[in-house]
Design a binder for this molecule. Structure first.
Ligand code: MN
Length: 214
């Protein structure tokens, strides 16, 4: 997909979101890095690993944006109900446009009237690694991976549902694999238990008010 759609949808004179800096990433190719890559990002193409971020986005409708670094961009999905540690809770994840790697650090307020207007929180942040060949599995629509975040850990799956939406807006399902990090929803909802920013400790209201990091 590359970053052209990301750029086309935004007016960087209005939104504080990062502009896509890397020409190579704009072409959708790995290569020029906007920031120094971690050692895993330099591994051979068959076994990439990289950053992941989950952003809590208080837009017209509150949702969570789930993003995995792959080939120099952040592959992105909007998850209306957010991730869940219960493997039986398969959450709809609507694929959205690729985002630049710098977006993992973005927390702030997108002005009303702009694309995605509303408050954005870095809800979780860390590294992900594929359990298998990430490129092949992503294209096949069945991506199994591990997360090492502050909140989300262990094995997860993203599975593309048959029958794509328009223009790459495919519907996927995001769910937890069964492992020691899994937990029944009846025993608690991590979204409610851990509502604050993983990078600044702030609530959505505090971010919206421009309060400093805790
Ligand atoms: Mn969003």
């Amino acid at each position: 997909m590359g970053l052209r759609e990301y750029q086309r949808k935004r007016n960087f004179g209005r939104t504080p979101e990062p502009a896509a800096a890397s020409p190579a990433a704009t072409d959708g190719r790995a290569g020029a890095k906007a920031k120094p890559a971690a050692p895993q990002s330099l591994a051979q193409a068959t076994t990439p690993a990289g950053a992941f971020v989950v952003q809590k986005h208080d837009a017209s409708r509150l949702h969570y944006d789930f993003r995995l670094e792959l080939d120099g961009v952040l592959k992105s999905w909007a998850v209306p109900k957010g991730p869940c540690l219960d493997p039986t809770e398969k959450r709809l994840a609507v694929q959205t446009e690729d985002h630049p790697l710098e977006y993992t650090e973005f927390e702030g307020v997108i002005p009303e009237g702009s694309y995605g207007g509303g408050t954005m929180m870095v809800w979780d942040l860390g590294r992900w690694s594929p359990l298998g060949d990430a490129h092949r599995d992503y294209l096949a629509g069945k991506l199994k991976f591990r997360l090492e975040g502050q909140k989300l850990r262990g094995a997860w799956m993203l599975v593309r549902m048959p029958g794509n939406g328009a223009k790459g807006k495919a519907n996927w399902l995001l769910f937890k694999e069964r492992d020691s990090e899994a937990r029944p929803l009846a025993e608690g909802d991590i979204l409610a238990e851990m509502p604050f920013s993983a990078s600044t400790g702030r609530s959505l209201d505090e971010i919206a008010a421009g309060k400093p990091a805790r």
